[in-house]
Design a protein around this ligand. Sequence first.
Ligand code: 4AD
Ligand code: MG
Length: 455
Amino acid sequence: MNEIREVLINEKYLNKNVNVFGWIKYRRISKEIGFLTITDGSNIEGIQIVFKKNLLSKEKFEKLLNINLFTPVSIKGKLIKNLRNNLNEINLEDFTVLNNVDNDFILGKKEHSLEYLRENAHLRIKTTLFQAIMKIRTTLYSELISFFEKENFYYVAAPIITSNDAEGAGETFKILKNNDKPFFNNVGGVLSVSGQLHAESYAQSLGKVYTFAPTFRAENSNTTKHAAEFWMLEPEMTFYDYFKAMDFGEKMLKVVVRKTLEKCKNEFKVLESILKIKIISELELFLKEDFMKISYKEAIIILKNALEENKVNFDEKNIKFGLDFGTEHERYLTEKHFKKPVYIYDFPFKIKSFYMFKNNDTDNTVRGFDLLVSGIGELIGGSQREYRYETLLQSLKEKNINSKDLEWYLNLRKSGYAPSSGFGLGFERLMIFVTKMENIRDVIPFPRTPGKLLF
Ligand code: 4AD
Ligand code: MG
């Protein structure tokens, strides 16, 4: 048995007999000769199979004439070079059908919308578009991991079941037994909204750590950028201030995007031809640009001026200190004003989480930062952490969070907590950015969004 990826370009199999397995993706037939494209998942192109009437039994030739698309088959034949495209193809000698495809389940008879495919995940993954997306997702994932390995980070498996709401935003899913009673005696237990607090504790000994895990938010945001279950990558770096963490985030994104572009050339070409948009040149531009950094206050001035000068029309027009930016504001800043990725930092404490380091200023700002990119808005959210015990306690009070639940986290501050910074990258948002797909539901294998749980 040979993988298609291997025989498509490898000279060593030329003019030899090969045996590939795969699904029939395309079929083109004339009177005496027919062509199939077979894919096995090992590459995006598949391989062309040529079959000739005079070389097959009548019965077998007719079987191929009527075979349904996506039938899994085993193909035997001689590998030859197609001189027109310089790719190898197989002259069919024999084949076996491994299973049948019901007539009702044939994909390719008509074009399906992305919405239809979302609800039919078994069909969705058979499309070339989703094969390309999944190859890019796999590559991005492993490039992130190898980046952190090269940067000498420890990997911490943050728990999925936790006792605390790490963001303090009240968006946790509670864990109950199937008799509706809490499983963890007196504490309910929740699904993690972020691995940050656990990462912080390990960073206080290991220096540089990261978590990469599913996270869950019961937030009723029915948008194209929010999912109830998504993957978050969270590095935590002791002895880094927030500016160093921002620079590190820029470096990380550029390395993984560059490597993914290199490794998934064909998949990006497929995306470009299906979506009819430019992706590769846009990502190449992204690699060349330096990210901007501006304070929240500067962002407010830019947005206010843009509105006053009629450069833009926002739904939320009340632009003043304290506004929690909406996607419309974020996208204006990165897409229209700066035309490049931009970090916003020093947010009002009121709109950010309890754990961010408080600046000593009259506006009550914290050393939090968000990275805004085109097509999305917020891609990364992070901060320098509050390391002063008393200040952290005060922040919890101001946010009405019960400090009892976070005693272990507070106690870290009493046991030699060194200044530390970190951030969270929404992995699906990065997928949206890289693939230019518009909906988070189309870059995650099985989307979970408000009110919708299929499969
Ligand atoms: O900004 P967030 O809420 O930050 C945190 O959770 C911090 N604890 C991270 C840290 O400092 N370690 O989330 C981080 C990122 C966002 O910038 C966004 O990309 C993504 O996670 N994100 C979501 N992605 C998809 N669906 C949702 N509902 C998301 N909520 C956040
Ligand atoms: Mg955020």
